[in-house]
Structures are given as C-alpha cells and as structure tokens.
Design a protein. Structure first.
Length: 136
C-alpha cells in the first residue's frame, strides 16, 4: 500500500534527521519520566531505523519535524484525492486569522491592542499559530 510506504519514509526521515539518543534517552522523551523514556526506547527499537548521528541544533528539530510532517501530509492527501477531491493547501506556522472562520479572532486581537482596558480585563493573546494547517 502506498500510504504505508509513505509512512515508512516519514519515520525514516524523522529518524535520520531528528531522532537522537543521548545518554540512553531519546530526544523526544521526557527525560524526567522513566515511563516516557521506556516508551520512547520501545518506539526506537520497534521502528529500528538508523538514528541521526547527532542532535539537531537549537530549534532546528522542531522546524525539521514540521517540514517533514507537512510533506508527509501533502503526499498522503494526493493519494486520497479520490475520496476527498480538491486543491489542498498546506502551510507551516500560519496564523488562524488567515482562515475565514477565524477572521473575528484577528478583529478581536486588533481591538484589544487599541483598547488596553479591555485587554486587561479579557487577557491578551487570542491569535493561535498552529504548527501545520491544512485547508482548501
């Protein structure tokens, strides 16, 4: 099945570019939790792909994860076009205010910036920026 192949390639890319084990702890585990470390080690053992030679620097891991995942979703949606046809768009770190159904959130944010007394009463940041958005 093509989606299974895409998923295997997705995992292989994650391992090759992001997943790294330092001092027996995979970099996607919560190092302070024995359970998290045990689960992460089981995942790395079970998938058994070659790991990254070294940990990605700084915020690079998150950026790589977003890009690799977006590419996987984009390729997967192409295979599912017969089930849900359309021109799909995939974006990284795009504010939800770019989507029609959330335009009111951007308006609220602008109003709160102009009227600081409302911001103090209601709180501040209403704009959400998802890692990956999928839309038509």
């Amino acid at each position: 099945m093509l989606i299974a192949r895409l998923r295997n390639n997705y995992h292989r890319n994650l391992y090759k570019k992001i997943i790294f084990i330092r001092k027996g702890i995979p970099n996607f585990a919560d190092g302070g939790s024995k359970t998290s470390v045990a689960i992460a080690l089981k995942i790395t053992d079970r998938l058994n792909y070659p790991l990254a030679k070294k940990a990605p620097p700084g915020q690079t891991a998150g950026i790589l994860f977003e890009q690799i995942t977006k590419d996987f979703l984009k390729d997967s949606f192409k295979l599912l076009n017969h089930l849900r046809p359309g021109k799909w768009m995939f974006a990284i770190n795009q504010s939800i205010s770019h989507f029609d159904q959330y335009e009111h959130v951007a308006n609220l944010q602008r109003m709160l910036q102009e009227k600081t007394e409302f911001a103090a009463a209601l709180g501040g940041d209403y704009l959400v920026t998802p890692d990956i958005t999928v839309g038509m």
